[in-house]
Design a protein around this ligand. Structure first.
Ligand code: URA
Length: 230
C-alpha cells in the first residue's frame, strides 16, 4: 500500500490531506522523515504522523438485506445506495463484495477487506451464490437440463458454468451459480426462454442471509462467517 493511502486508511485524513502532511515532513518511516507519498508500506513498517505510531484499523464485514430500489454502489445520483442504510460512522472504506441489480433483493456483503471480497467475486475461486428466482412461467425439464449443463448468453463467447437447480414451487426455483457475470441470472433464464419476475439472493459461499434481518437491516458478520470465505 502507498504511504498516502496508508495514512488515509489509519487516520481521519483524506488522501489529499495525507499527501500534504507527507510533503510537510510530518510523517516518518522507521524514525526517518519520508516525503514520498508513493513510498510502499508493508505490514510491519512503523509509520508515525506527528510522532504518533499509526496502526491499521480492524477490517470490517457486514451483511445487509438489500431492499429493491437500493443501488449496490457507494454513490449514486438517482437512488439511495447500500451505504446509505448503514450509520455514517461504519461506512468509511467499505465496498460491496458482489453487486446486485437495483430490483434484486437479499444478501449483500460489505467490507473494508479487498482480499476477502476478491475471494468472493473472482471467477477463479468458484464461490457459489444462491438465488431464489420467481419466474414468469414454470421451468420446463429441458430448461432445467440446459441450466445445469451451462447456457450460451448473448454476446458472450463462453458458456455459463453448470448451475444447480432446485424446484421450490410451480414458478419458484433456487439457482446456484459460481460466476458473477453481468445480470447473469436474468440472462440465463432468458436464454432458456423464461423471464425473471423477482430475484432474491439468499447465500454467498457459506454465508446465508440472516432470517432475522428485515429488508434494509444489516449486521456485522460473525468471525466464523468471515473465516468461511477461504
Ligand atoms: N443475476 C442477476 O441477473 N441480477 C442480480 O442482481 C444478480 C445476479
Amino acid at each position: 500500500m502507498r504511504l498516502d493511502q496508508f495514512i488515509a486508511h489509519c487516520t481521519p485524513l483524506s488522501r489529499k490531506e495525507a499527501k500534504r502532511a507527507i510533503a510537510r515532513g510530518r510523517v516518518t518511516i522507521r524514525g526517518l522523515p519520508c516525503r514520498d507519498a508513493g513510498e510502499k508500506i508493508t505490514e510491519d513498517c512503523p509509520v508515525c504522523l506527528d510522532g504518533q505510531g499509526l496502526h491499521r484499523p480492524e477490517e470490517r464485514y457486514f451483511m445487509l438485506n438489500k431492499p429493491a430500489g437500493v443501488v449496490s454502489a457507494t454513490t449514486d445520483a438517482d437512488h439511495p445506495t447500500a451505504l446509505d442504510l448503514l450509520p455514517p460512522e461504519l461506512i468509511r472504506d467499505l465496498h460491496i463484495a458482489g453487486r446486485l441489480d437495483l430490483d434484486t433483493t437479499g444478501l449483500l456483503l460489505l467490507t473494508t477487506d479487498g482480499q476477502w471480497s476478491h475471494r468472493i467475486t473472482s471467477p477463479r475461486t468458484d464461490c457459489p451464490k444462491v438465488y431464489q428466482v420467481t419466474l414468469d412461467s414454470p421451468l420446463s425439464d429441458e430448461a432445467e437440463r440446459q441450466l445445469t449443463r451451462g447456457v450460451q448468453l448473448k454476446s458472450e463467447d463462453r458458456m455459463t458454468r453448470p448451475a444447480d437447480v432446485r424446484r421450490l414451487g410451480n414458478r419458484i426455483i433456487e439457482l446456484t451459480i459460481s460466476e458473477g457475470r453481468y445480470h447473469q441470472v436474468k440472462r440465463m433464464l432468458a436464454a432458456v426462454s423464461n423471464h425473471v419476475q423477482a430475484l432474491h439472493r439468499i447465500q454467498v459461499g457459506n454465508i446465508r442471509l440472516d432470517p432475522d434481518l428485515k429488508p434494509g437491516e444489516f449486521r456485522p458478520l460473525t468471525p466464523e462467517e468471515v473465516a468461511s470465505v477461504g
